[in-house]
Design a protein around this ligand. Sequence first.
Ligand code: CMP
Length: 609
Amino acid sequence: MAMGQPGEHDADGSLRDWMQSGLFANVDQAAIDALSQKAHRLEVPAGATLVRQGDAADTLYFLETGRLRVLIETPMGSKAVAQIEAGEPVGELAFFGGGTRTATLQASRDSVVMALDRECYDMVVAAYPQLVPAILTAVTQRLAAVTAKTPPMEARLPRVIAVVPSGGSRTDPALLRRLADAIRRTIPDDRQVMLVRESDVPPGPASAYQAWLREHEARRGYLLIDASGDAEWGALVCRNADGLLMVADAGCSPALAPLEMAGCAAIEPPNRTLLLVRERADQPVNGTAAWLAGRDPHLHHHVARDSEADFERVARFLTGRAVGLVLAGGGALGCAHLGIVRGLQEAGVPIDLIGGTSAGAAMGAAIAQGLTVPRTLDQMEAMFIDAKAMRRFTVPIHSLLDPAVFDAELEERYGNADIADQPINFFAISTNLSTNDLHVHRRGPLWHAVRASGSLPTILPPFIDTDGNILVDGGVLDNVPVVTMRALKSGPNIVVTLGEAGQTWRIKAAYHSLRRRGQLIRDLLLRRKSDSDFPSIVEIMQRSMVVASRIASRSMLREDDILLSPPIVQGMQILDWHLGRKQAEQAARYVAEEVVANPALAALQSSGR
Ligand SMILES: Nc1ncnc2c1ncn2[C@@H]1O[C@@H]2COP(=O)(O)O[C@H]2[C@H]1O
């Protein structure tokens, strides 16, 4: 049943219905018949190119089935800027404009197009001029859409999803039903969610399956298509799907199954998701790395059968409604993040993916591990107050502080478990001095990510990863990693900044009160604290580091982001860990008020209950 090279395709009876349902709704039957007779159909297998940027143009197309990717070729490589869905005309710019093709069109799944050359087009519109405004409307609408969006268009969410058992797992129909139910509860009522098995689809050639898909896709819902069964069916499903959902029983062998290979060949990594299913939520998660190898999913989710919340979380990811929590850096002020998390949990707001920088990474990592807020606060106090992890001075060659105690504390508390093994999806940001770029930690030991992300330059030595990358605090480049969050998932983001809301930092100490060397050494030996509030090297470094990214981060926020700026405890600075608990309390109260005052936040409440 699998299709080969682009080729001729027989017309099918439902074409007229399809045309009249959209673009040609006001066009006479006779005109559509003429168009349909003059056009010839081309099959474009997944991955094949329909037109190439720069080529001469003498054909106008209408996409009948499938999806096309619009790729702009640049000297740096090609960039996907849009997708064309069934029912849309394509190739119109150069056809009408008279130039060469403005983009390359590639099938992202097996597709069928209706092709109309210039001679046929002229003949049909001469006989039926009413076709012209219909085509013009579509062209104008596209032009308006292109003009309206400045950045590249975000990917449309996969709606036709091939579900394959992963590794040595077998398909579990009950689990798929639960997932479909969770999706149904997540999306508006008028959309259809269908769980499809081979027996639900009328037997016949690939074109019959595509016609069936077209009919059901038109209802704008989600089709979860169980690809298990015979190999031919599996390959057909994968080649005609936008997304791949691999479902693994975490206890099975992770060796890649043939059906998954077919799925991965047809569907690209950005549209792949892996579910790792275990029996109970209290079972530890490990070995995820072996499942990710070779599958390269965009995201993976750990699902416990006894946790309805896990199913609902997956449903939110699949339908573009997952809630991201973005946590900014800011040392001890980061305890506010814990209060925010407590407040969100109490209000029933779900947290589906956590990303953070520096203190945001440290707090977020603990929550992603499944620690409670009170336990995390205990840990922070144990590290920074009891063990004095940030008060161990050294000979200042590589850094001001000796990181030995800090490292040991981090390793003990966060452990060597892979980020990928955490029950909640998580990422941390650091600044890669080797590549002069942002470094997104999605894999590797959790404590490495926390350590790298919080490596305040000159205060702590940089973290060196196994590839020799020199990593320092993420705040240097991006203290509020909302852009990274957006690249990972669609849906609302709760963005927590620290001390943002116009809080200036002025001190009472006069410049000439700066202690001189002799005074400093005497005070140090006598363990005497200065009564001046002249800023410490750590405070100066922290503030200087994030000043640029703070300005940038404000412009990164979008209208649909929910910005939370909890009030900071009066006079609290980044090393004041003893005020952490008070700060967390204050932030939790702030969230409780925000849930009432901010409708966007309130709207997320029900999805977390
Ligand atoms: N930014 C875009 N968004 C949607 N479609 C596009 C975009 N750029 C190009 N196309 C389509 O890709 C086609 C490539 O060939 P044409 O230039 O003839 O016509 C083009 C449009 O149909």
